[in-house]
Design a protein around this ligand. Structure first.
Ligand code: Q46
Ligand code: ZN
Ligand code: ZN
Length: 309
């Protein structure tokens, strides 16, 4: 297979785009496609300060690399969740450190949940969720910390490495259950709904997981290969497999599924409940915006922890 641009040996063949590219032209293509996505959805500009949430995995490190190469003002945030008695979280942090060191000390900060709040995410889940999978809780903790760090550090946007496979799987999950509230919030860029909440953006939404992985490999980015142990067997992974079956029969199906959803919303052919943000209050304890008066869901967790422990 040859590169369509220069005729050299191709490193990737993207059937969904009918495009094969060599190393050099593939890297260039990823940069251009990400930049176009950032502009199309008005994610941020060169003057904005971006906080990229990094997990040590391929998507977030590739995103950090792309944003640095595109010249954006970007800094990393690693949230140490204390997964697997620290083993999984410790080794993913090492990948983040190595990545930053290899880029002349790219700036990032670390928030250690246990050090800062007294318990790791699995410990907190054992107490408050009776040992059920910590994912729902983990999502809540991560969102709270990202919002706090972005607000305190004066960042304009929080970027995450979600790729097309992630977004299409969530879209499928939400559609099968007609979760209109969730569907309404599923967007490549979520505007800020409160002065204390930064914009949320996903610059990789138009890249397949296979493409972000290829980018990381071609760029020589070392990343944690294993998934978080709690992700194994998750519903999202099940939907990803289903979509991959569809994709192999019909290349481009995944991309069309997601982009047609965005288009239908933009053109007003699909209106969803939840389009209007609910009124916000500030949490009595941490000051972060919350929909209900009193304590926010994050602060309630720790109060609950003390009661039950
Ligand atoms: S980190 Fe946290 Fe994920 Fe692990 S505990 Fe679940 S939500 S699976 S993205
Ligand atoms: Zn080429
Ligand atoms: Zn709070």
């Amino acid at each position: 297979m040859k590169c369509r641009k220069c005729g050299a040996i191709a490193v990737i063949n993207m059937r969904q785009h009918k495009l094969a590219l060599c190393e050099e032209h593939f890297l260039e293509w990823v940069l251009e496609r990400t930049e176009r996505t950032i502009k199309r959805y008005r994610m941020f500009g060169p003057k904005d300060k971006i906080l990229v949430a990094v997990s040590g995995g391929k998507d977030s490190l590739a995103l950090w690399d792309v944003l640095l190469r595109l010249g954006y003002q970007v800094e990393g945030l690693y949230i140490h969740l204390g997964i697997d008695s620290g083993g999984y979280s410790d080794s993913s942090l090492e990948y983040v450190e190595r990545f930053a060191a290899a880029r002349g000390g790219a700036r990032f900060r670390v928030v250690d949940v246990k050090t800062e709040y007294g318990q790791s995410v699995p410990e907190l889940a054992r107490r408050t969720h009776r040992g059920r999978k910590p994912c729902a809780l983990c999502g809540l903790v991560k969102r709270h910390i990202m919002n706090r760090v972005a607000y305190e550090g004066g960042y304009d946007a929080i970027a995450t490495g979600h790729n097309l496979d992630d977004e299409a799987a969530v879209l499928m999950q939400n559609t099968l259950r007609w979760q209109t509230g969730y569907l309404a919030r599923q967007a490549p860029a979520l505007p800020s709904t409160h002065p204390k909440l930064a914009r949320k953006v996903k610059p990789f939404v138009r890249l397949y997981e296979r493409e972000t992985a290829a980018y990381a490999i071609v760029r020589g980015i070392e990343y944690i290969y294993d998934e978080c142990p709690y992700a194994v067997g998750s519903t999202t992974n099940f939907y990803k497999e289903l979509l991959n079956q569809l994709e192999s029969r019909s290349p481009g199906a995944k991309l069309a599924f997601y982009l047609d959803f965005l288009r239908a919303r933009k053109e007003g052919r699909l209106t969803l409940e939840g389009d209007e943000p609910p009124p916000m209050h500030e949490c009595e304890k941490c000051g972060q915006p919350t929909t209900a008066p009193g304590l926010c869901a994050f602060c309630r967790l720790w109060v609950q922890r003390m009661d039950s422990g």
